[in-house]
Design a protein around this ligand. Structure first.
Ligand SMILES: *[C@@H]1O[C@H](CO)[C@@H](O)[C@H](O)[C@H]1NC(C)=O
Ligand SMILES: *[C@@H]1O[C@H](CO)[C@@H](O)[C@H](O)[C@H]1NC(C)=O
Ligand SMILES: *[C@@H]1O[C@H](CO)[C@@H](O)[C@H](O)[C@H]1NC(C)=O
Length: 185
């Protein structure tokens, strides 16, 4: 409801209350109005490849304290990670995860993850989903909120579930399975 409309309604109510001399200045009346919106729920399933090693690294440390701290607190990594249909890096590319993560805990390896998932396939081509959440990387399944989206995912909300299927302790390279449940317009 536009503000001017709300104002007008409040003014009318206010006038009515003035004349009867009881009640509040303005009462919430929106509960009597039903909004009908058609929302779609989509489930996306793909694999995220975080590659820190080699010539074709897709994740680069960009900031952090010069000396190592407990659990690498403060280390910040920028990513442009491929998203594939299957668990192998060579399987079909369906999108990319662009953004960054930082070690935001001094007590374990929990990341602040801020990223846009941009898709390449068919009707999802160039549409994106924005994620901002806490990612305690050694938990079996991490849940992260979807805070918005663009294109077919305009006004998106929902959640992403991340589950690591492989992790190389020497290089830090990881493959993570994602199940994303998103409601959009
Ligand atoms: C890097 O990517 C190029 C081009 O896709 C490929 O030929 C090369 O083998 C890759 N190198 C590594 C180390 O994966
Ligand atoms: C980092 O470690 C080096 C060598 O131990 C030391 O000289 C330096 O002062 C340390 N820097 C900070 C910011 O603690
Ligand atoms: C996605 O969109 C770009 C730019 O519009 C286009 O070049 C590309 O062919 C599209 N890809 C698919 C799979 O539709």
């Amino acid at each position: 409801m536009p503000p001017s409309f709300t104002y007008t309604l409040c003014f009318i109510l206010f006038s009515a209350f003035l004349s009867t001399g009881n009640g509040d200045f303005c009462e919430e009346i929106t509960e009597g109005i039903t909004f009908k919106r058609f929302l779609k729920m989509s489930h996306l399933h793909f694999y995220f490849h975080d590659i820190l090693s080699g010539k074709n690294a897709t994740a680069v440390r960009i900031a952090g304290p010069p000396n190592s701290t407990a659990y690498g607190f403060g280390s910040t990594v920028m990513i442009d990670d491929p998203l594939t249909e299957g668990p192998e890096l060579t399987s079909k590319l369906v999108g990319r995860a662009q953004g960054l993560y930082a070690i935001a805990s001094q007590h374990d390896i929990s990341l602040l993850l801020v990223m846009n998932l941009v898709f390449l396939d068919g009707k999802y081509n160039r549409s994106s989903i924005s994620i901002l959440g806490r990612n305690p990387v050694f938990d079996d399944v991490r849940e992260m909120p979807i805070v918005g989206g663009s294109g077919v995912f305009r006004s998106a909300h929902g959640y992403a579930l991340a589950h690591t299927i492989s992790f190389d302790y020497n290089t830090g390279d990881a493959t993570v399975e994602y199940n994303v449940y998103v409601t959009h317009g």
